[in-house]
Ligand binder design. Structure first.
Ligand code: PEP
Ligand code: MG
Length: 587
């Protein structure tokens, strides 16, 4: 039966394909081989976990209060029966023995096979019993993992997603949640799109989806429960609509829509080599945001005139050990060379909040307010070895083309002073080792904390340029978590406070005579292009997929006209009025 779900479209376009459900329990399991001599131990570990869960279910049953509803007892009985079934309690043992794999992986393989069988059952009630199987499996997994370490969880999520490789293509991933680290795996594959139950518009997961031009919807709330494995689905990432089991007419309509979108994108390609300037001849720089060195390919294809933001933290994810100086140097040099003389802005590690290092996941998971915690520059200054290693690698890459260093999340003058001292020290270390680097590497800072935007004078004095991170600036100004769908409706780039902070930063930098860019998602939104131009912005950095659409808007804008309209907008507080003015500006 056809039905539709509505969420937040975070990456436009239409995907049509079969649903692949990604369950959290399965994602949290790693896969490794065990030595032949250890197979018996692995089997024993599995059997001990099964026995422990049997005991746990029995004791829960016998401790049920007299007043508890009868269903609770029946439910525990059902779970005991499922666990006792050889399909759960014996079959994984054969998988361990045959494939010499770890017990957790064997159990999840068996669960996947059972869930696929359940999905094929016509009877709704019986089909839903797969949830009970999954819950029982989860209990056994927990018994084996002892709660599970963060390191395992992150590594195994990627391995698990990699295992989907064989089935990708026209496959739409349906998950409760996906992390930015999971999205790195998507880069290696060809999924048609993804939907999640939770998430916000400027979460790093959503940003990655846009940079991959992968249609995506977040905040669908119950998609993973309502969609069945292998269902045909239409994902309209522009409208935020998911249509499940569409009939032939609807399918045809969306195929036509998808074709029209593809044609539109192809038409934009004509603008690739055109210089970017407004109708009244003001030149504008359109740079690319990248996450991994290979992304420079799409930056070049879109005609970016530089990399305005290299989110280097993605080099550090999904691995046990952080990359050393040589590996980082190679990665940065690769980007610098591929950009052929165009500037490359390399941001120092912005780890924390929704972007976790594997080794850090376990402890950060318990941080009360990770977005307010040891993130970005705070983290770098607390880990001076790691910071200096990165700085040396960046400086070394500057020998091969223009490089700029960008410091994330600055709020205090002393953070900048300390970072500059580390940069001086990194230079001295390279000098001592006679390793070449460019003498004129500029150092800039990201303005993404309201305190920095309000005291921007402190920073224009110390730095060579600024870059405004609107994603975090909006998050911190409005006190809403950018990755939390429950407050996503409050995420408002047009809030007068946000407009004031962005305009204030651009004004202060221009007055001080230093360049200023916007590298948050606002820079890639066509609806915001004229607003930012009117505030005096001349440098935009965005994911390459958006670049040509923004270029088209710049080419069709007159700076003189927009400036006057934007001045009026900056004096307006009423939200309705602001939206009307923006519509006029974009007319
Ligand atoms: C921002 O906050 O706007 C930004 C560009 O940085 P990130 O999205 O990586 O936090
Ligand atoms: Mg940021």
């Amino acid at each position: 039966m056809t039905f539709s779900l509505h969420g937040i479209g975070v990456s436009g376009g239409i995907a049509i394909g079969r649903a692949h459900l990604v369950t959290s329990v399965a994602l949290d399991v790693s896969h490794y081989l065990v030595e032949p001599a250890q197979v018996a131990d692995e089997v024993a570990r599995f059997e001990a976990a099964v026995a422990a869960v049997q005991g746990e279910l029995k004791s829960l049953h016998s401790n049920l209060a007299h007043s508890s509803p009868g269903e609770l007892g029946a439910f525990l009985d059902l779970h005991s029966m499922i666990l006792a079934d050889p399909m759960i309690s014996r079959e994984p043992v054969h998988i361990i023995e045959e494939r010499r794999c770890n017990a957790e992986w064997a159990l999840v393989q068996q669960m996947d096979a059972l869930v696929a069988q359940f999905n094929a059952i016509e009877d709704d009630y019986l089909r839903e019993r797969k949830q009970d199987v999954m819950q029982v499996v989860e209990r056994v997994l927990k018994a084996m993992l002892g709660g599970g370490s963060g390191v395992h969880a992150v590594l195994s999520r990627s391995q698990r997603l990699k295992a989907l490789h064989a089935q990708e293509g026209e496959m739409v991933v349906v998950a409760h949640d996906l992390s930015p680290a999971d999205m790195l795996i998507f880069k290696e594959h060809q999924f048609a799109g993804f939907v999640t139950d939770v998430g916000g518009v400027t979460s790093h997961t959503a940003i990655m989806a846009r940079s991959l031009s992968l249609p995506a919807i977040v905040a669908l709330h119950h998609a993973r429960e309502l969609v069945t494995e292998d269902d045909w689905i239409i994902l309209d990432g522009t409208e935020g609509v998911l249509i499940v089991a569409p009939d032939a007419a609807v399918l045809e309509e969306y195929k036509l829509k998808r074709r029209a979108l593809q044609l539109e994108r192809r038409k934009l390609r004509r603008l690739v080599s055109a210089p970017t300037a407004t109708l009244d001849g003001v030149a504008v720089e359109l740079h690319a945001n990248i996450e991994l060195p290979d992304d420079v390919k799409s930056a070049n294809e879109a005609g970016a005139t530089g990399v305005g933001l290299f989110r280097t933290e993605f080099l550090f994810m999904n691995r046990k050990q952080v990359p050393g100086e040589e590996e980082q140097f190679e990665a940065y040099r690769k980007v610098v060379r591929a950009m052929g003389g165009q500037p490359v802005t390399i941001r120092t590690l912005d780890i924390g909040a929704d972007k976790q290092l594997d080794a850090e996941s376990a402890q950060d998971a318990v941080a009360l307010n990770p977005a307010l915690g040891l993130r970005a520059i705070r983290y770098c200054l607390a880990e001076p070895q790691m910071f200096r290693t990165q700085l040396r690698a960046i400086l070394r890459a500057s020998h091969y083309g223009p490089v700029k260093i960008l410091l994330p999340m600055i709020a205090h003058a002393h953070e900048v002073d300390q970072a500059l001292a580390h940069i001086a020290e990194a230079r001295a270390q390279l000098d001592a080792a006679a390793i070449p680097y460019a003498p004129d590497v500029q150092v800039g800072g990201m303005i993404e904390i309201p305190a920095a935007a309000l005291s921007v004078g402190l920073f224009v004095k110390r730095l060579d340029y600024l870059s405004i991170g609107t994603n975090d600036l909006i998050q911190y100004t409005l006190a809403i978590d950018r990755a939390d769908d429950q407050v996503a409706s409050l995420y408002d780039p047009l809030h007068p406070a946000v407009l004031f902070l962005v305009a204030n930063t651009i004004r202060a930098a221009s007055k001080a005579g230093i360049p200023v860019a916007v590298c948050g998602e606002m820079a890639g939104e066509v609806a915001m292009t004229r607003l930012l131009l009117g505030m005096g912005l001349k440098q935009f950095s965005m994911h390459p997929a958006q670049l040509l659409a923004v270029k088209q808007r710049v080419l069709g804008s007159s700076l003189a006209d927009t400036e006057a309209q934007v001045r009026r907008m900056l004096r307006t507080e009423d939200p309705e009025r602001l939206r009307e003015q923006l519509a006029l500006l974009n007319a």
